[in-house]
Design a protein around this ligand. Structure first.
Ligand SMILES: *Cc1c(COP(=O)(O)O)cnc(C)c1O
Length: 389
């Protein structure tokens, strides 16, 4: 069997149709979108058409769409930009959670040097933060709230609409990292009531290095990347027209085909879970939501056999040898292996966390691939456990 890629939450290949749309902008339509001549104008038109398409897909105004280099930049830009707009007025508190992507946690932590205080709201065991928790946390020092829509490791879905309602009532800018939700579940900024979201193209079959920061008009926010007058002076730098065209097309396909993909992911997930129940009974647990999360992410932890914890890193390598690519639930931070910050954040047992893997499905995965994975997994587990005992 060819290699099996189960790491779509890390990145996805570029869809052929997206690539097709992008190709002319590499070498034929190579103008700088800021140039006044014909080459520039052609690119400007492609860029603004893309912006309008993206805006219409998420219920935004075109003027509220800012192109960035990806999810990381969008997250950074909003956190830092709101903080710099509001901190002088004494609003220095950032409310977030310990299971956010590092593109939120690390810039928030860095702002401590500039006087920020960070309030981490504790998620429940499924990784969910309630709107009530947000309400209780908001103080007169709160500058912003940032809570992700779908968690990239465990697939939990936060009640973003309810959280946005609380923030709107208290007049606090609310940002949501929607990198893992766009194209998977409906994301409409008007319906959700958010001030800002981050999107990344390479998680939805678009190119790497391009993303969107949506900022609702009127939100207190100072751009942080200064340069030319691109993006209405909100993000300097020569426009990545090729990437922008690719991003718009990838969003169009992802949203148009969302229901079809969801049904497919549900089938793959069901096959995996039933296979695990049949072949690995008593040996595993599902980290995070059992049913209520997004179906393309499945985080599996293995329990210690005879008190010997299973080495997740070794499990991942053994799967890789069999041509099956998943990602791990642990990270080697400063020499010691620890469960990822997300698994720690939802209180997963350390041994189970260290033995966890994340399987994330994509549209071209098949039921046969999932069955093959379960088969190989069982063999590898048997081998590893025999060695350990
Ligand atoms: C991948 C990811 C990011 C980072 O996006 P990049 O475009 O790779 O910088 C941010 N947040 C979440 C939830 C992600 O899954």
């Amino acid at each position: 069997m060819d290699s099996i890629y189960f790491d779509h939450a890390a990145t996805t290949p570029v869809d052929e149709r997206v690539l097709e749309a992008m190709l002319p902008y590499f070498s034929k339509m190579y103008g700088n979108a800021n140039s006044a001549h014909q080459f520039g104008r052609d690119c400007k038109v492609a860029m603004e058409d893309s912006r309008e398409l993206i805006a219409s897909l998420i219920g935004a105004e075109p003027s509220e769409i800012i192109f960035t280099s990806g999810g990381t930049e969008s997250d950074n830009a909003f956190i830092k930009g709101v903080f710099s707009a509001l901190s002088k007025a004494g609003k220095t508190e950032i409310i977030t959670s310990p299971i956010e992507h590092h593109a939120i946690i690390h810039p928030a932590e860095a702002l401590k040097r500039e006087g920020a205080t960070i309030t981490y709201l504790q998620p429940d065991k499924d990784g969910i933060i309630s709107a009530e928790k947000v309400r209780e946390a908001i103080s007169d020092k709160t500058a912003l709230v940032s809570l992700m829509h779908v968690n990239n490791e465990i697939g939990s879905i936060n009640p973003i609409k309810e959280i946005a309602a609380v923030c709107n009532e208290k007049n606090i800018p609310f940002h949501s990292d929607t990198v893992q939700s766009v194209g998977k579940i409906p994301v409409n900024v008007k319906e959700l009531g958010v001030n800002s979201i981050s999107i990344s193209a390479h998680k939805i079959y678009g190119p790497k290095g391009i993303g969107v920061l949506y900022v609702k008009n009127g939100t207190p926010w100072i751009p942080w990347l200064q340069g030319g007058s691109q993006e209405r002076r909100r993000r300097g730098g020569t426009s990545n027209v090729t990437g922008i065209v690719g991003m718009a097309q990838s969003m169009k396909f992802a949203l148009n085909e969302m229901e079809e993909h969801r049904a497919h992911f549900e089938l793959l997930r069901k096959t995996a879970v039933e296979g695990l129940q049949k072949n690995c009974e008593g040996l595993f647990e599902i980290n995070g939501p059992q049913q209520e999360g997004v179906p393309h992410i499945l985080n599996i932890g293995f329990k210690p056999a005879d008190n010997v914890p299973l080495d997740g890193e070794m499990l991942l390598l053994n799967l890789d040898i069999e041509g099956i690519c998943v990602s791990n639930g642990s990270a080697c931070t400063s020499g010691a292996v620890e469960p990822s910050h997300v698994l720690q954040g939802i209180g997963v047992d350390t041994n189970v966390g260290n033995s966890s893997i994340r399987v994330s499905f994509g549209k071209s995965n098949t039921v046969e691939q999932v069955q093959y994975f379960i088969e190989k997994l069982e063999q590898i587990l048997e081998r590893m456990m025999a060695k350990a005992s």
